[in-house]
Design a protein around this ligand. Structure first.
Ligand code: HEC
Length: 120
């Protein structure tokens, strides 16, 4: 059975907490990928959620905007990163979708988050 609050999320929370408490903690390497995805989720929540469903369930607020879990399945791996980067940069076909300019780091984070939606 799957449960939304996975052990990984908990260890990530613990890791983030530790990182806050101890800025000099060298690394939370096992949680690095998870941290990336968590950053991606925050970016998505702040910038994309008003149109796209960004979680594992739920409908998009804008019915024309595909839920991110659909986008995640449609594109894989580097395809996703590329499509994402391009999509975000050009605002693609949707006139109502604003242009976003993210750093490669932010795009990586978004991609990591999308990857998570595929259950990986
Ligand atoms: C104002 C509404 C709006 C916001 C905000 C928005 N989008 Fe979109 N987005 C859309 C619509 C509508 C579509 C579908 C039409 C299209 O592909 O042009 C879309 C399509 C996409 C696609 C392409 C999906 C495909 O099948 O090719 C991606 C990727 C995407 N959005 C990513 C994002 C990301 C990442 C953000 C936040 C940084 C975001 N969008 C914010 C409205 C929005």
């Amino acid at each position: 059975m799957t449960f939304p609050f996975s052990a990984r999320a908990l260890s990530l929370a613990a890791c983030a907490g530790a990182a806050l408490a101890l800025p000099l903690v060298l690394s939370c390497a096992p949680a690095a990928a998870a941290g990336e995805a968590a950053l991606g989720r925050r970016i998505a929540k702040a910038n994309c959620a008003r149109c796209h469903a960004i979680g594992k369930t739920g409908e998009s607020a804008n019915p024309k905007a595909p839920p991110f879990r659909v986008v995640a399945v449609k594109y894989r791996g580097e395809d996703l990163e590329e499509a994402f980067a391009e999509g975000i940069m050009v605002g693609h076909r949707a006139p109502e979708m604003p242009e976003f300019e993210f750093s490669p780091r932010q795009i990586e984070a978004l991609t990591a988050y999308l990857g998570r939606l595929r259950g990986k």
